[in-house]
Structure formats: structure tokens, C-alpha cells
Design a protein around this ligand. Structure first.
Ligand code: PLP
Length: 379
């Protein structure tokens, strides 16, 4: 089955009791048992909920995975993955990373004795010297946020397999429409479903998928034991969002290209980071592992000052100044003070995340209107 058909049909069945074509919102905390321990597979709402079960199957299908495990946010999903580790274990992570992931790694899990190495994974071989007997997890983000660098997932997974280390890919930026890391050798894929999967900026939600039964068991254990579970209403909203994922992504990609080309040709713009350009340093890898290039990009201005960037961000009208990404509406943001403020300035600047960098999440409005908005703000 192809992705559009899966987005609409995978994991969902008409409700057997009523025929309702849409998965009902099972707003219940408990389920009546026929006799102690005799029930229809559902005993308590933290452990399982039928709306969540449908969503987990849907996301798993989109990523060509056997299992999906959903959480109350993307961060809760990452938290559950890190709980697979024990003190003394080491993690190698991309150095150009979502700020919240960096904060969870350093400010929470480092205190529990987990060691983190941050490395530029655009050259996959860079991870080899960091791997030792304590290395248990490689954490990949691609495209990276906010520099839009591309990591060769297949190459990283080959090195990891040689050494018996698990790989998890944060696939939030790409969505399953653009790439499927499990097919390239990853063991787990994590999503902030708040972004493209939900797609409407109305829900916070997270997911992990895997085809490894042992990993599924441990992740489901942490889902139940720690209890960072999504509510049934939120599961319904993500399921509904997924039904149009492929249509939205197609437009995000078309608009992304139109806006990236407009910015590249504008005389006030210094450089645009967008993997669809042949001039992008990792374009060749992007071409192989992604189906298209998405609507996320970042750029800086020739008058490379914080003031001119702030000025531009306060002048756009359709591009709303806000955190987050992946919704139908276009957003503009300032990574240094917003999404990446929790990363120290010296660390940020090592990856090129300068104070004047501007990030766009291009929505699915009409490209002509979006370009007119940027043109007016830039003039
Ligand atoms: C937003 C985001 C997260 C965190 O997800 P939440 O749903 O906000 O908890 C993790 N990784 C990336 C790449 C993100 O953009």
C-alpha cells in the first residue's frame, strides 16, 4: 500500500458496535471486566485505550514498522527511549539538535549517569571513534534543526550495526512522507506528532515506532510505568491529521521550493539552508534518502545583525512569529532566542546557528501570498 492509502486506512476499522467510520474517542479511564482479569484487552486507561491503539497502528504503518507507542508529547517519547539506558551507558547524538532534546539529555539524563557525546554526523565516520563498549544509543536528527543539514541514515546505521549499537532517528522534520528511517536500518523512529503528523497546531503529541519486539515491550512498559500517555481526544486529532498528511506534505514541499528560490534570489538574503538545492552540501544524500525536500528552511540576511533579523520577523503578516512547525499555517521563528535558547551560545555557534538566523516553517497557503508577505517585510 502506498502512503496516501495508508494515511487514510491503516490501523483504523469502522466501529464494530455502531459502524461509525471514524475511530470513536474512547473517553474512559477504566473498562468493566466480566470476571477478575477477564476483559476485552482493555483494563485501565493509562495502560491502553482503543483510540490510542488505532493511532499507534496508523503511525507504525506509515513508518513501515510493526509497532507504535504513543506519548503525551514528543519529549515524553524521547524520555521513554532514554529510559532504556542505565547509568554508565553512553549516547552519541547529532550536534545540531532540537533544543528540548539537548536540554533533556544534559539537564536530566546526565544527572542519572548517562554520558552524551555530540558530534557532526554529516560525516558518518565521525561517530566511529566515539563508540566504545558503553555506547548503547546513537541519536540522529535529519534534516537537522535549524541548519537543515542531512545525515546519511544508512551510513550511520551500518557503523552502528557493526558495533551492535541501536540507532534512533528523530523523524519529526521529515515526517514519514519524506523518509522512513527503519527502511534504512534504524531501530527506532521518534516523532513529535505535534508537528507534521498532527499538522494543525492544535495538539501536543509524541510517538516511537520500532519493529523490534524487545524494544516494543520495554517502551510499552515505560509508557505504562511512567504514565506520560496521550488523552483519547488528542489521539483522535492526530489520527484525523494523518488522513491528509500526504496531501499537506506535497504542498509543503511545493511551497518550500518556491519560497527557498525566492529567498535565494533576493538581494538582502545571504544564504538559504534548504536541502533541495543542488548547492546544499548534503544534497546528494538528501536525494537518495528523502522523497522530496519539505517546507522547513533557515536563512540569514546580508546585514547579519540580530536587529535586522528581529525587524523582519516582526514585519511579516502571514508568517506568524511562533515556536513549533509543521502546521498548515506558515511560521517564522528565531532559533537562538526561541527553540534553541536552552543550548549555550558557544555550542549553538559551532553548528552555524548564529543570532541572526531565521527559521521558516512554510505552510500550505498559496505560495504567491507567502512570497508577497516576505517581499514586503524584506523591503
Ligand atoms: C518539537 C520537537 C520535539 C519535541 O516534541 P514536543 O511534541 O514539543 O514535545 C522533538 N524533536 C523535534 C525535532 C521537534 O521539532
Amino acid at each position: 500500500m502506498k502512503i496516501g492509502t495508508k494515511a487514510i486506512h491503516a490501523g483504523v476499522e469502522p466501529d464494530p458496535g455502531t459502524g461509525a467510520i471514524m475511530t470513536p474517542i474512547f473517553q474512559t479511564s477504566t473498562y468493566v471486566q466480566k470476571a477478575p482479569g477477564v476483559h476485552a484487552g482493555y483494563a485501565y486507561g493509562r495502560t491502553s485505550n482503543p483510540t490510542r491503539t488505532a493511532l499507534q497502528a496508523s503511525i507504525a504503518a506509515l513508518e513501515n514498522a510493526k509497532y507504535g507507542i504513543c506519548f503525551s508529547s514528543g519529549m515524553a517519547a524521547i524520555d521513554a527511549i532514554l529510559k532504556l539506558l542505565v547509568p554508565g551507558d553512553e549516547v552519541i547524538a547529532s550536534n545540531d539538535l532540537y533544543g528540548g532534546s539537548y536540554r533533556l539529555f544534559i539537564q536530566v539524563f546526565e544527572r542519572y549517569g548517562i554520558k552524551f557525546h555530540f558530534e557532526n554526523m554529516q560525516v558518518a565516520e565521525n561517530i566511529r571513534p566515539l563508540i566504545n563498549e558503553n555506547t548503547k544509543l546513537i541519536w540522529v536528527e535529519t534534516p537537522t534543526n535549524p541548519m537543515l543539514n542531512i545525515v546519511d541514515i544508512d551510513a550511520v546505521c551500518s557503523i552502528a550495526k557493526e558495533k551492535g549499537v541501536k540507532v534512533c532517528v528523530d523523524n519529526t522534520f521529515a515526517s514519514p512522507y519524506l523518509q522512513n528511517p527503519l527502511d534504512l536500518g534504524a531501530d527506532m523512529v521518534m516523532h513529535s506528532a505535534t508537528k507534521y503528523l498532527g499538522g494543525h497546531s492544535d495538539t501536543v503529541h509524541g510517538a516511537v515506532v520500532t519493529s523490534d519486539e524487545a524494544l516494543r515491550e520495554q517502551l510499552a512498559f515505560h509508557q505504562k510505568a511512567s504514565g506520560a500517555v496521550p488523552g483519547p481526544q488528542d489521539c483522535f486529532l492526530i489520527l484525523r491529521g494523518i488522513k491528509t498528511l500526504h496531501v499537506r506534505m506535497q504542498r509543503h514541499c511545493e511551497n518550500g521550493r518556491a519560497i527557498a528560490e525566492f529567498l535565494r534570489d533576493h538581494d538582502r538574503v545571504a544564504g538559504v539552508n534548504w536541502p533541495g538545492f543542488e548547492s546544499h552540501p548534503n544534497h546528494e544524500i538528501a536525494k537518495v534518502q528523502m522523497r522530496d525536500y519539505g517546507g522547513m528552511m533557515s536563512f540569514s540576511l546580508k546585514d547579519d545583525t540580530l536587529d535586522s533579523a528581529v525587524d523582519l520577523m516582526s514585519k511579516t503578516k502571514l508568517f506568524a512569529l511562533a515556536e513549533s512547525l509543521g502546521g498548515v499555517e506558515s511560521l517564522i521563528g528565531h532559533p537562538a532566542s526561541m527553540t534553541h535558547a536552552s543550548i549555550p551560545k558557544e555550542e549553538r555557534e559551532k553548528t552555524g546557528l548564529v543570532d541572526s538566523l531565521i527559521r521558516l516553517s512554510v505552510g500550505i497557503e498559496d505560495a504567491e501570498d507567502l512570497i508577497a508577505d516576505l517581499k514586503a517585510a524584506l523591503s
